[in-house]
Design a protein around this ligand. Structure first.
Ligand SMILES: [Zn+2]
Ligand SMILES: [Zn+2]
Length: 353
């Protein structure tokens, strides 16, 4: 991608604009040279603010570059004040297209390469038309929703949101954040609202690249179902169901007359491990009914094997205490939901050792 923009091999701007004079001229910048007519490149437009010329390696029948006449860094360095500049760059691009008899402006790609994928640091807008006639390589190089190319509309949206959302510019413009925005495909993303305010005003809908995001009541995380009301019935129900399915094998093994010691081993490895998965997270918040349901599975296994098995409550206590060696400061809680959540309940348990 390096040589795509420039007439010469890409230059790496290691000097961080130290070459830029007060007149906005960077003597190491190829685009500064072009707009100052030091190169042989033909300028299709040139005024104090903006210049336009053809891309040396066209990616479509029409491929123009619009650049500010004075050196402006790449799109990562822009802020909200640059929105009008970007908008005027797009306007000039449209004028140039019309002068060159491109009438279908819906089939045009306007956009910027995202650092570090721009070979020239001088801000430049790529205009490709007709977008439908771009070849395989150009489709890749100027690919929509990639982490190396951002459309003019997306850049304007990003710059506009910079101040409003108050995300620090380094985060909101980092390639990571942009990649995240793109990985977070609106069709595949759901939102779960956990809201325990007394008066709940509906929140404005969340949108990702203009597509609204569906609101979900629960999601699964590492085998645990987290619901919007932070209750654990769904998790416990699914664990019990799985454990009961595996009880069938315990029955089969007893029919084969395995000694109780081996049956107990099978139970610990195959059934108990299911009943206690992520137990430290949910047990303290489980309802009495759910605790009884769990214990019923243990009791059923005890009957099959014919010996006592550790209760779920004991397992919870021993697992939570396992790594603790000292008293911890209790967390103040106002609601029982919070009191029964992982950290406060674990701390209480550790302190009562
Ligand atoms: Zn420049
Ligand atoms: Zn470029």
């Amino acid at each position: 991608m390096a040589a795509l923009d420039a007439t010469q091999p890409a230059q790496v701007d290691t000097t961080k604009n130290s070459n830029v004079s007060t007149e906005g001229y960077d003597r190491k910048c190829i685009f500064c040279k072009i707009v100052n007519k030091e190169m042989e490149t033909e300028l299709l437009h040139c005024d104090e603010e903006m210049s336009c010329f053809k891309d040396i390696r066209p990616g479509a029948p029409h491929h123009y570059l619009v650049v500010p006449t004075k050196h402006v860094g790449n799109c990562k360095s822009l802020s909200k004040e640059h929105v009008p500049l970007v908008q005027r760059m797009v306007e000039l691009g449209k004028e140039i297209l019309q002068k060159n008899n491109v009438t279908d402006l819906s089939d045009v790609r306007f956009g910027f390469h995202w650092p570090p994928f721009c070979s020239v640091t001088h801000l430049h807008l790529h205009i490709l038309a007709p977008a439908s006639q771009m070849g395989f390589m150009s489709r890749l190089v100027y690919r929509l929703n990639s982490y190396w190319f951002i459309t003019a509309d997306q850049l304007i949206e990003l710059l506009t949101s910079k101040e409003e959302t108050n995300i620090s510019p380094s985060i909101s413009t980092s390639p990571c954040f942009l990649t995240l925005r793109r990985i977070l495909n609106a069709q595949k993303t759901v939102e779960m609202i956990v809201d325990f305010r007394k008066v709940t005003a509906p929140l404005p809908p969340l949108a990702l690249m203009d597509s609204p995001i569906t609101i979900a009541d629960s999601f699964r995380f590492l085998g645990t179902t987290i619901t919007r009301d932070l209750k654990w019935e769904p998790t416990i129900s699914s664990l019990i169901k799985k454990a009961q399915q595996r009880m069938f094998f315990l029955w089969q093994l007893r029919k084969l007359k395995l000694p109780p010691r081996m049956l107990a081993q099978f139970y610990t490895a195959i059934i108990e491990s299911i009943l206690t998965s992520s137990i430290t997270v949910w047990y303290a918040g489980a309802t009495v009914r759910d605790r009884l349901r769990l214990q019923r599975v243990v009791r059923a296994a005890e009957k099959v094997i014919g010996c006592r098995l550790p209760s779920i409550q004991d397992l919870y206590i021993s697992r939570t205490r396992r790594r603790a060696g000292r008293r911890l400061r209790s967390i103040r809680t106002k609601t029982s939901r919070y009191m029964n959540s992982f950290f406060p309940s674990a701390i209480r348990l550790l302190n009562t050792k």
